[in-house]
Design a protein around this ligand. Structure first.
Ligand code: GLA
Length: 723
C-alpha cells in the first residue's frame, strides 16, 4: 500500500512486512527516513539532523537551517552539493557544470509497473512515481517505486529527462539510492569465475565502500548483480537483511558505502566505467530496475521472498510454472563430432530412457567443427547433417521426442561468411585488430541492421523446423566497447545499447515464436540475472556439473534466485570439468534441485545407470511442483562444513523434499543430526525412505540422523503429511 500524508509531506510504502518512509523536506529534498520493518504513519520529522552533526557538512544555499545533503538519507544522491557519498547521477552541461540538486515537484500513484521502454521490468504491483527537478540544470528525475501486496520486495528505478533545449551528458545514471540507518553491517556478494559461479562471500562492511560490478558487457560469472547487507548478527534464519538484485544483464555496479556517521548508502545500476549518455532536448534515459528485499528473518526468508517475487513478477508467465523439458543435450556426449546417425542414436536412447527433448548443441551450422569458425552463419551444415535437420527432427518425433537447438546469436567468427560480408559488424573499431576470446568476436547488437539480420536467420531456422526449445548462449565478454555504427560522442553509450539490443532481439523472437521454450546460457551461468530471467524461465547454472561443486554453485545461486530458474544436468564421470568421479545417484540428486536434464552420452551407460535415470526422471516429475513453486530452506552449508542439505517445502506445508550430500565419509560420525526447517510444527509427516512418521516439531527441533554415506554420497527424503 502506498500512502501520501499531505500534512507530514511523507510517503509511506507498506509491503508485506516492511515499510519505507520518505519525507519531502521543507526545501524540497526527498529524504529517506526509514527502510525496514513495518512502521506506523507517524510524523518522522524528529529524524531531521541536529546542529551537532553538521561540522564539515556543507549546507545548500536554499536551506536556512542545519540541513545538509551530506548526512540526510537521500533518495537520489546529487553531485556537487555537499553529499560526499556516491552520487546517483552526474549530469554534465555544455558549460562543464556537473552539480545537481534534486527537489520534489510532484508525484502520482498508479496500478501496475512503469514503462521501461524495452528494459526487463517486473509485472504488476502499484507504483509511486515521484518527479524531481534538478534545481541547477534542466534535468528532471522520475523515481519509480513499485510495491506488491504479497511481497517484501520493493522495485525501484529512475528516469532522467532533459527538459532543456540543449543536450546534457550523463556521466553516471544509477537506478536508485538508499541510505540505511547507522548500524553494524556485513556485506555478502556472489563472486565467481567460469565453472565456479556465485560463490557467497561475507565480510564486514566497515567504513568506506564495497563496490562490486562487472565491466564485461555482461552481468558475468565473476560477480553476480546481487548484494546483501546484513546486520552483524544476522544469519540464515534470523536477523535483518537487505538484498539488492538488479534486473539487468549488462555492465553493472552495486555499491555499499558506510558513511562517517555509520549510515550505509546502497546505490548502483549501469556501470559508469567508460559510460556517457548524451541526452538531447526532451530525451529520456531509463535506468534498469533493482529489486530490494527486506527480511527480518535472515537470508533464508530473503531468498524465499526473492524466489516468490521473481516467479510471480519477473519470469515469463507462460512458462514459469509449466513442467520443464527433461532433455538430453549432446554437448558433452559428442562435442563437435556428430552426424545424423549419432544424433538419431542419441534420440533412440533418450526416448527409451523417458527423456522428452533432444537438444542439439554447438556445431550444427556453417562449417563449424571446432570453436574457431562459423558463428553468425546460422545455416544448417548439410555436409555434416545429411539431409539437414529434418531427418533428425522426424526421427525424434517418431519416438515422441521434441527437438531443441543451440544458438549463440551475439557472436561472429572471423572465419565466417557473415564476417567476410560485414567485418564492421563486429564490436571494435573497423581496421584495428581486436581482442579475441574463444577465437571469436562479439556482434554489434547496438545496430538495427545486425539484429535484423540475426533475427532473419534465426526465424528462418525456427520457422522451418519443428523446434520446441532454444538454448541461447553467449561465450565471451566484450573488450573493445566500440560500435562502427555510433558517432564518436555516443561511444560511451555502447555497453547499455548493446544489452538493450540483445533484449530487443530476444523479445522479438519470443513474440514471433511464442511456443518455443528459451533457456539462457553464457558459458554456463555467466549471465544468470534478473534481466535474463525476464525472458528465460531457466538458465544453465554452470558448465561445472561435478556433483559436489554443483551443490555449492546451486547453494550460492539460491540466495537470489528460485530453484526452477536453475537448469541442472546429470553428466558423465570422470567429470569433464574437475576430473572427479562422484556416484551416479549423487549427480541425480543434485540435478533434481532444479530443472533436471542430462549432459551425457546415453549410449555409454551401464544397465544400472539406465535404471537410475528412469528413477531420476520419475522422481523429478514427482517433485516438480515443489521445484517450481515450493519454498527453499537451506539447512547445511557446504561452504561451512562436510554436509550440504536443503529442503523444498510446499506452500501449504503438506509436502517436502529434502536432499543432501555428505562430502567426505567420516569415521565415527554417528550422531550428527539434520534438523529440518520450514515444516508445520503440528503436522505429522511420513518420511518415505525411513518408514517413519514424525511430527514437524520433532523433525525440526530434534531432527533426523545424518545418513552414513561414502564420499560425495547423497540422500533424499520425501515427506508428506500423514492423513
Ligand atoms: C558454452 C555452454 C555449453 C555449450 C558450449 C558450446 O560453454 O555453456 O553448455 O553449449 O558453450 O560451445
Amino acid at each position: 500500500m502506498i500512502v501520501y500524508d499531505q500534512t507530514k509531506r511523507t510517503f509511506f510504502l507498506h509491503g508485506k512486512s516492511f515499510s519505507c518512509a520518505l519525507r519531502v523536506h521543507p526545501a524540497g529534498y526527498l529524504v529517506g527516513l526509514h527502510f525496514g520493518g513495518a512502521v506506523g504513519e507517524d510524523d518522522l520529522s524528529y529524524f531531521d539532523p541536529s546542529p551537532r552533526e553538521l561540522s564539515f557538512s556543507p549546507v545548500p544555499p536554499d536551506v536556512g537551517s542545519y540541513f545538509s545533503l551530506d548526512v540526510a538519507g537521500n533518495e537520489y544522491g546529487s553531485f556537487g552539493q555537499g553529499d560526499f557519498r556516491a552520487p546517483s547521477a552526474i549530469i554534465e552541461r555544455a558549460n562543464g557544470d556537473r552539480a545537481s540538486r534534486f527537489v520534489y515537484v510532484s508525484h502520482k500513484i498508479y496500478g501496475g509497473a512503469p514503462d521501461l521502454g524495452g528494459l526487463p521490468s517486473a509485472r504488476g504491483g502499484e507504483t509511486l512515481a515521484i518527479t524531481m527537478k534538478d534545481a541547477l540544470s534542466d534535468a528532471e528525475i522520475v523515481l519509480n517505486y513499485t510495491l506488491y501486496e504479497d511481497s517484501d520486495v520493493l522495485v525501484r528505478n529512475a528516469e532522467i529527462v532533459n527538459r532543456g533545449k540543449t543536450p546534457v551528458v550523463l556521466r553516471r545514471a544509477y537506478s536508485f539510492c538508499l541510505d540505511l540507518a547507522a548500524g553494524e553491517y556485513d556485506v555478502l556478494r556472489l563472486h565467481g569465475r567460469h565453472n565456479m559461479e556465485r560463490m557467497p562471500e561475507r565480510t564486514p562492511l566497515g567504513h568506506g565502500s564495497v563496490k562490486i560490478g562487472s565491466a564485461r558487457g555482461a552481468s558475468s560469472h565473476q560477480m553476480n548483480p546481487f548484494l546483501v547487507l546484513l546486520e552483524r548478527g544476522a544469519g540464515e534464519d534470523a536477523g535483518e537483511c537487505f538484498g539488492f538484485e538488479l534486473l539487468y544483464s549488462g555492465s553493472w555496479t552495486l555499491e555499499a558505502e558506510e558513511s562517517p556517521t555509520g549510515s550505509v548508502r546502497v546505490t548502483g545500476g549501469v556501470n559508469d566505467l567508460g559510460f556517457s549518455w548524451t541526452l538531447g532536448a526532451g530525451e529520456r534515459f531509463v535506468t534498469p530496475q533493482v529489486a530490494i528485499c527486506y527480511s527480518a528473518q535472515g537470508m533464508g526468508e530473503m531468498s524465499r521472498s526473492f524466489a516468490d517475487f521473481l516467479r510471480g513478477h519477473v519470469l515469463p508467465e507462460k512458462y514459469v510454472y509449466a513442467p520443464r523439458p527433461v532433455l538430453v543435450n549432446n554437448w558433452e556426449a559428442t562435442y563437435f563430432a556428430f552426424d545424423r546417425e549419432t544424433l538419431c542414436a542419441l534420440a533412440d536412447e533418450a526416448a527409451s530412457l523417458g527423456m522428452d527433448t533432444l537438444v542439439l548443441d554447438d556445431g550444427w551450422f556453417g562449417a563449424r567443427n571446432d570453436d574457431r569458425t562459423s558463428l553468425g552463419d546460422w545455416f544448417v551444415n548439410e555436409k555434416k547433417l545429411e539431409g539437414g535437420l529434418s531427418p533428425v527432427i522426424e526421427h525424434c518425433k517418431q519416438r515422441g521426442l521434441k527437438f531443441g537447438i543451440w544458438f549463440e546469436p551475439e557472436m561472429i567468427s572471423e572465419d565466417s561468411e557473415l564476417y567476410r560480408a560485414h567485418p564492421d559488424w563486429a564490436v571494435g573499431r573497423a581496421g584495428v585488430p581486436r581482442c579475441k576470446s574463444r577465437h571469436q568476436y562479439v556482434l554489434d547488437m547496438t545496430r538495427k541492421e545486425v539484429t535484423d539480420s540475426i533475427f532473419a536467420r534465426m526465424s528462418d531456422i525456427l520457422g522451418s523446423y519443428e523446434i520446441s526449445y532454444v538454448k541461447w548462449d553467449m561465450n565471451r565478454h566484450i573488450s573493445e566497447f566500440y560500435s562502427n555504427g555510433l558517432p564518436a560522442e555516443r561511444q560511451g553509450e555502447f555497453a547499455h545499447r548493446y544489452i538493450s539490443g540483445v533484449y530487443a532481439l530476444i523479445g522479438r523472437l519470443q513474440a514471433a515464436f511464442p511456443d518455443v521454450f528459451f533457456e539462457g546460457c553464457s558459458g554456463g551461468g555467466g549471465r544468470f540475472d534478473g534481466g535474463m530471467l525476464r525472458f528465460f524461465p531457466q538458465f544453465w547454472t554452470s558448465d561445472d556439473t561435478d556433483a559436489y561443486e554443483r551443490a555449492k554453485i546451486q547453494w550460492g545461486t539460491s540466495y537470489g534466485y528460485p530453484l526452477s530458474a536453475m537448469s541442472c544436468h546429470v553428466s558423465s564421470c570422470p567429470n569433464h570439468q574437475t576430473g572427479r568421479t562422484t556416484p551416479f545417484a549423487s549427480r541425480g540428486t543434485i540435478a533434481s534441485l532444479g530443472a533436471t536434464g542430462y549432459e551425457l552420452d546415453p549410449r555409454k551407460l551401464s544397465e544400472e545407470e539406465r535404471a537410475q535415470i528412469k528413477e531420476q526422471i520419475a522422481n523429478y516429475r514427482e517433485i516438480e511442483e515443489l521445484i517450481l513453486r515450493g519454498d527453499l530452506y537451506r539447512i547445511a552449508d557446504p561452504f561451512e562444513g562436510n554436509v550440504f542439505c536443503v529442503a523444498v517445502v510446499s506452500k501449504d506445508k503438506t509436502r517436502a523434499y529434502v536432499a543432501g550430500m555428505r562430502v567426505h565419509a567420516e569415521a565415527g560420525d554417528f550422531d550428527r543430526r539434520i534438523r529440518l526447517k520450514g515444516l508445520s510444527l503440528e503436522k505429522t509427516y511420513s518420511i518415505r525412505e525411513l518408514g517413519l512418521s514424525l511430527r514437524g516439531d520433532t523433525l525440526m527441533h530434534a531432527g533426523l540422523l545424518l545418513p552414513r554415506l561414502p564420499d560425495f554420497g547423497t540422500w533424499v527424503w520425501h515427506l508428506s503429511e500423514k492423513s
